[in-house]
Design a protein around this ligand. Structure first.
Ligand SMILES: [Zn+2]
Ligand SMILES: [Zn+2]
Length: 105
């Protein structure tokens, strides 16, 4: 996927197409392998967690040119990845009470 295409996806709010693209999927597998399937943030904190996501250190929407730059990518676990994306986490928190009402209480 070319930088211009990525920019278009960002502008139209359909960036998930980037993440579903084969090139990204192959690269993210490679990055996880490079990082031994280990969350790099937890590793820096002296903990071990299995890597579940590959994160753009400089955000994709800010730096689409670095979309496939291996130096701009690192493997993270879900909770560290959420820390890196506080906006998404906020959305998730808002959903949580409803979810708990239905499932637990
Ligand atoms: Zn982690
Ligand atoms: Zn990320």
């Amino acid at each position: 996927m070319k930088v211009e295409e990525i920019r278009l996806l960002i502008a139209s709010g359909t960036i998930e197409k980037f993440y579903n693209d084969r090139k990204w999927r192959n690269l993210s597998k490679k990055i996880k392998k490079r990082d031994n399937n280990e969350c790099q943030m937890c590793k820096r904190r002296g903990k071990y967690s299995k890597a579940q996501n590959v994160h753009h250190i400089k955000e994709l929407k800010d730096c689409p040119v670095l979309a496939y730059d291996e130096d701009n990518l690192e493997s993270l676990c879900i909770s560290c990845h959420n820390e890196e994306h506080p906006e998404k986490l906020e959305k998730f928190k808002k959903l949580e009470p409803k979810f708990m009402n239905e499932e637990r209480w």
